[in-house]
Design a protein around this ligand. Sequence first.
Ligand code: AR6
Length: 179
Amino acid sequence: MTVVKVECVRGNIAEQRDMDVIVNAANAELLPGSGVAGAIHSAAGTGLAEECRALAPIRPGQAVISSAHQLPNQHVIHCLGPVYGVDEPSDRLLAECFRNALLLADRHELTSIAFPAISTGVFGYPLRDAAEVAMKAVVDTLEDLNCVRFVRFVLFSDQDLSVFNKALGVESRLSGRQR
Ligand code: AR6
């Protein structure tokens, strides 16, 4: 059995130097925006938005890949999370973001990937629910991965970090019991 490490850290998604690919909590047009998208685009430089023009628009749950420009990573994967209460079923669409991003990274033979808490900012997804959906989606996708060996969730505050760590603990216990 291949082992994939999953961890949660507090930090800035645009400063994950040791990861092959970082994930953007994008808007449909893949424009700079605020929050995660703002941090990623400002660190990457204007070349990222130029490249993204040809990849947009994307739909909720979809993931597309670009190069990372001035970021210290190889690639950026852009996911459009669901707007909570608008894009339904939001739990399935959010899970698809994580699954599609992992499969896309794997197809590009990338070994490490860092995710932000997609949809939990401007898009209003309750953090606790989002953490459960994210962890389950990652754990459910692990068996389909050949290259990805390291998954990191990057949370912006200690409070958000503890919610994600708790969800990771619960999901690890559940998936361990199913084996
Ligand atoms: N690093 C890690 N996490 C961050 C960072 C950062 N630099 N900045 C914010 N967060 P959001 P969404 C956290 O709003 O809800 C944008 O305008 C933040 O605290 O970035 O998917 C886009 O253009 C929150 O927990 O993404 C879209 O229009 C989480 O990351 C829209 O917002 C996600 O917050 C996407 O909204």
